[in-house]
Write a protein that binds this ligand. Structure first.
Ligand SMILES: [Zn+2]
Length: 102
């Protein structure tokens, strides 16, 4: 509904300023801002709907999460010891009994 026009000022997250700043629309694709220019530092970048891009911290977190997932899912990580189960070592007797039943 809202029509964007070149040169319009909109809020967006600037990587250089590392915060939400005023931006001018530089280019428009399918009625949406494609490129914007920070009006504080004049840095051009893709319009990101005012959302901050994933920081290095977030990327590292995602990486760690992937590793944990790979370790938790059998077969996902080939280097993981297949029969080692951390919960089984905590309660060896119960785990064994349950294992036989099932
Ligand atoms: Zn900026």
């Amino acid at each position: 509904m809202s029509e964007f026009r070149l040169g319009d000022v909109i809020d967006d997250h600037c990587i250089k300023c590392r915060r939400i700043t005023n931006h001018s629309i530089v280019s428009i694709v399918t009625a949406k801002p494609a490129k914007v220019r920070c009006r504080t530092c004049y840095h051009d970048h893709d319009f990101r709907n005012g959302e901050a891009p994933p920081s290095k911290k977030d990327l590292k977190k995602a990486e760690l999460f992937k590793e944990v997932l790979a370790a938790a899912v059998p077969g996902a990580a080939t280097e993981a010891v297949p029969e080692a189960e951390p919960e089984a070592s905590e309660k060896p007797k119960k785990a064994k009994a349950r294992g036989k039943k099932a």
